[in-house]
Design a protein around this ligand. Structure first.
Ligand SMILES: *Cc1c(COP(=O)(O)O)cnc(C)c1O
Length: 387
C-alpha cells in the first residue's frame, strides 16, 4: 500500500491535518521567542532535572519547530525528527554525532559537493577515513562495509542521478554493523521512505522540495527516537545550528502541498523525458523514476541529460526564457545548470570533478509552470543551440 501508513492514512491527509490549537488555528503560531518561562520553582526544577520536557530555550527546542519535526517524522514513518538551519547543518551535525577519530565512512560517488567537501576538509583532518564507491559496489560487494562505521548514501546520487537498491545495501550494512545514513532530498517522503528499506537515518535539505518556494534554507534529520536523542544531546545544542521558528513555519506551509507539488513535478518531468528521448540533440537522459529501484515510487522534477557534440550549451542556456540559470532546485521555478559551470563552483575540491561528469551534461529542475509552455521554450532553445 504505497503512500499510506498502517492506518491507511495517505501522506496528503497527514500533511493536511490541521494544527488544531484551542483557537481552531489550522497553522501553528510562530513562537518567535528565545526562551520559555516557568510558573513556579517546582515546574522549573522539574524541567531542569529532565522530569518534564516543555520548551526551555529555542537553541534546543521551540514549539513551532517541534510541529514541523512531528510532521516530518510522520511523513517518513519515523519515531522522531530534528530540524536544522540548513541541509549541511543536518549532515554535519548527524555525522559528528555518530563518528569519532579512527572511524571509517563509505560514501557513494557523485555525492552532493558540499557533503564531499565536509568529508574531505573537516572529517579527514579529524582522523576519520572516507572512501568512495560506485552504487554497484554498495549493492553487490557483500564485504564493502566490513569495518565501516557509517555508510553515507544518496539515492539517486547528485547530478548524474544513479539510484541505489536500498534493501540490498542495508542488508550488507546490518551484517557488518554499519550505520546507514541517506540524503533523501531528491525523492522526498512522497516518492521514497528509506527507513522502510532498513536505512537508519534520513536527512533532507529542506531548502529544496520540502520548502518548495525557494524562500528558505533549512534541513531535517529523521530516524528512531534513540538516534535523534543522540543528536539532540550532542550536536544540536553544542554546534547550535538550530532551525528557526519562522523557517519551521514556512516548511510546514511547504509540507501542506508537498504531495500535490511532487506529482506535478513528476508529470512535467515525464513529459520532458518522453520528448527528449525523440530529440537527436540528446544522447542520454539521467532520470530515475518509479520502480527503477525497489521502494522508489515516483520521480522528482530534477534530471540531467548529455547533449550531442554539436549543441552549444551556452546558446541553449541563454536562449531559454522560462528556465533561469542557477544553483539549488526543488522550487516552483524552472532552472538549468550546465555541468561545466557547476563544476567550477568552489574550485578545487569538487566531487563531480573527482568522480567525473561529462562536459556535455546539463541539469534541469522542472518547476511548476505549465508543462507545455516549458517544453515549447526548451525545444525552441535546443533547436537554436544546435543550428
Ligand atoms: C542542496 C543540497 C544539500 C545541502 O542543503 P542546504 O540546505 O543548501 O545546506 C544537501 N544535499 C543535497 C542533495 C542537496 O541538493
Amino acid at each position: 500500500m504505497n503512500g499510506t501508513d498502517a492506518m491507511g492514512v495517505s501522506l496528503d491527509t497527514l500533511m493536511g491535518t490541521a494544527y488544531g490549537d484551542a483557537a481552531g488555528s489550522v497553522m501553528p503560531p510562530i513562537y518567535q521567542s528565545s526562551l520559555f518561562t516557568f510558573g513556579s520553582y517546582q515546574e522549573f526544577e522539574d524541567r531542569m532535572a529532565g522530569r518534564t520536557d516543555t520548551a526551555l530555550y529555542t537553541r534546543v527546542q521551540n514549539p513551532t519547530v517541534a510541529a514541523f519535526e512531528a510532521m516530518m517524522a510522520k511523513a517518513e514513518r519515523a519515531e522522531a525528527a530534528v530540524g536544522f538551519a540548513s541541509g549541511m547543518a543536518a549532515i554535519s551535525s548527524t555525522l559528528l554525532a555518530f563518528l569519532k577519530p579512527g572511524d571509517r565512512v563509505a560514501c557513494v560517488e557523485h555525492v552532493y559537493p558540499d557533503a564531499y567537501r565536509f568529508f574531505e576538509r573537516m572529517l579527514r583532518p579529524f582522523g576519520i577515513d572516507v572512501s568512495y564507491h560506485p552504487v554497484e559496489a554498495f549493492e553487490d560487494e557483500a564485504d564493502l562495509l566490513r569495518d565501516v562505521t557509517l555508510a553515507y548514501l544518496e539515492s539517486p546520487s547528485s547530478v548524474v542521478f544513479r539510484p541505489l537498491n536500498l534493501a540490498k545495501v542495508t542488508a550488507h550494512a546490518r551484517r557488518h554493523g554499519a550505520l546507514t545514513v541517506i540524503d533523501n532530498s531528491w525523492a522526498t517522503p512522497v516518492f521514497q521512505r528509506p527507513l522502510e528499506s532498513g536505512v537508519d537515518i534520513v536527512i533532507h535539505s529542506a531548502s529544496k522540495y520540502i520548502s518548495g518556494h525557494s524562500d528558505t534554507v533549512a534541513g531535517v534529520v529523521v530516524s528512531s527516537q534513540a538516534h535523534i536523542a543522540k543528536i539532540r544531546d550532542l550536536t544540536l545544542p553544542l554546534l547550535g545550528a538550530k532551525l528557526a521558528p519562522f523557517e519551521a513555519w514556512l516548511l510546514i506551509r511547504g509540507l501542506r502541498t508537498l504531495g500535490a507539488r511532487m506529482r506535478q513535478h513528476e508529470a512535467s518531468a515525464q513529459l520532458f523525458i518522453d520528448r527528449l528521448a525523440t530529440r537527436p540533440e540528446v544522447l542520454k537522459i539521467n532520470a530515475p523514476g518509479a520502480n527503477t529501484v525497489p521502494g522508489l515510487t515516483g520521480r522528482s522534477g530534477l534530471l540531467s541529460m548529455e547533449l550531442a557534440h554539436g549543441v552549444d550549451i551556452r546558446r541553449l542556456a541563454d536562449g531559454l526564457k522560462l528556465f533561469s540559470l542557477g544553483v539549488s532546485w526543488g522550487g516552483f521555478e524552472s532552472l538549468i545548470l550546465p555541468a561545466e559551470v557547476g563544476l567550477r563552483q568552489a574550485g578545487e575540491q569538487n566531487s563531480m570533478q573527482r568522480f567525473g561528469v561529462p562536459a556535455n551534461l546539463v541539469r534541469l529542475s522542472i518547476g511548476l509552470e505549465e508543462a507545455e509552455e516549458l517544453w515549447a521554450d526548451f525545444a525552441a532553445a535546443l533547436t537554436e543551440s544546435a543550428a
